[in-house]
Design a protein around this ligand. Structure first.
Ligand SMILES: Nc1ncnc2c1ncn2[C@@H]1O[C@H](COP(=O)(O)OP(=O)(O)O)[C@@H](O)[C@H]1O
Ligand SMILES: [Mg+2]
Length: 398
């Protein structure tokens, strides 16, 4: 009989899971709180429900006799996926692991208990507590929401920052958190990577390591990714080992994972680990291009309790994505798309905005206006091509 997958979240970034599942002959039932979520119409059956409503979501899972449940790259539905898996005895991570991988306060505690290297992190539930935490850390810090994703609510602060700046960073983080206050963390410097891995029955396989480009101070929005990374084999091993030990420390025994790590002069430091695939087109686009692994398909197989076959091809090309951004204002014109499509290294382009739309200052991933993806024989050429493609697109604002 055809198996059924329950997909929690049906927004644009979740849609590839529907296409991949369909190709695998799997029926997809999707739930999303927004009736406009494009995946609802694409799935075999789409339901508009609150993804925090345990009763409704479990009812649907039971009624639809689902064989597995997952979210592709969204953090928010991870605890619901774990709850449904537990209730219906389906494959998946435990509710405790879902909490550890979505609540950074709990995540930090679990990682430190297991000696996985992390920045110093102090929980704060008021401005006074945040100021106190800043003083006890001493150097530059990051304010970040305890429960959030997509780079929302992140600000770096210097020790001598004015009270007004501290207050606005505190509010920026507090407004973004879905609970549990904010974290004040030691700012650790160094290039950023993510480790894309699959864990089946407690055994973790690293599929790819991604090199990241961020917008830097003060909000560190991810504006580019590339694979394979340009760092040394030793660094790739360090990153992979750190990610695997973090995955084990959080109890991620049956799921994809996305571990974000900075490589500091003192070694790797974990930023966060999600018990799901990473977003930002890393797994839907870059991983298949650079490794030939259908990692979305593999994550679906894990959710259905099947052991995925993972054959990484080192002969594959390198791939890079660059996100499009523009000066704040109203968009007047968008040009250059055809020029990008004519590049020999071109792979994909999408622009999420139209003339007349308002562009806000870039403070998190929601401020990205589109993307270009290019491939190359090696990372350097893929990155150069993606940068060229990005420079060919002009999004004029006034
Ligand atoms: N302690 C830290 N030190 C240095 N940079 C940090 C720290 N915490 C977060 N950042 C920066 O902010 C970005 C977003 O933080 P992260 O914890 O990954 O939040 P999100 O879940 O929203 O992606 C990171 O990728 C990193 O660039
Ligand atoms: Mg992150």
């Amino acid at each position: 009989m055809r198996e059924t997958l329950l997909l929690l979240g049906a927004r644009r970034l979740q849609v590839p899971a529907i296409h991949v599942a369909r190709k695998m002959g799997i029926r997809v039932v999707a739930i999303d709180p927004s009736p406009d979520a494009p995946g609802l119409a694409l799935a075999d059956c789409g339901y508009v429900y609150d993804l925090a409503d345990k009763k409704q979501c479990l009812d649907i899972a039971e009624r639809e006799r689902v064989n597995g449940v997952m979210t592709l790259a969204a953090d928010f539905p991870t605890p619901m996926a774990a709850f449904i898996a537990q209730q219906l005895k389906l494959p998946g991570i435990s509710p405790r692991t879902a909490l550890l991988s979505t609540n950074k306060r709990h995540m930090r505690a679990a990682l430190s208990d297991a000696n996985v290297p992390c920045p110093i992190s102090i929980s704060a539930r008021s401005l006074d507590e945040a100021i106190h935490a800043m003083k006890s850390i001493g150097g530059p810090v990051i304010f970040k929401p305890a429960v959030s994703q997509g780079g929302r609510g992140i600000t770096r602060l210097e020790p001598e920052e004015s009270l007004n700046s501290i207050k606005s960073a505190y509010e920026h983080a507090s407004n973004a958190t879905r609970g549990d206050g904010i974290l004040v963390e030691e700012f650790v410097d160094g290039p950023e990577y993510s480790v894309e891995a699959l864990t089946w029955d407690g055994l973790t396989t690293v599929v790819a390591v991604t090199e990241k480009l961020t917008s830097g101070y003060p909000h560190y929005v991810e504006i580019g990714h590339s694979q394979p990374p340009t760092c040394s084999t030793y660094d790739v091993e360090q990153l992979s080992r750190t990610a695997s030990s973090g995955v084990a420390a959080l109890g991620i025994d049956w799921s994809a994972s996305h571990s974000e790590i900075r490589l500091t002069c003192m070694g790797p430091r974990v930023m966060e680990i999600g018990a799901r695939l990473g977003g930002g087109y890393i797994n839907t686009h870059l991983v298949p291009l650079s490794t030939n692994v259908d990692i979305v398909g593999a994550a679906i197989e894990i959710a259905l309790g099947r052991k995925p076959k993972i054959e990484i091809s080192l002969k594959n090309k390198a791939a890079a994505i660059r996100f499009l951004v523009a000066k704040p204002g109203i968009i007047q014109s968008i040009s250059g798309i055809e020029d990008v499509k004519n590049l020999t290294s071109f792979n994909d382009i999408d622009i999420f905005v139209n003339p007349g739309d308002r562009v806000l200052p870039l403070s998190d991933a929601d401020g990205r206006l589109g993307y270009v993806i290019c491939t190359g024989e090696n990372s350097k050429s893929a990155i150069e091509a993606a940068e060229t493609a990005k420079s060919l697109i002009s999004i004029k604002t006034v």
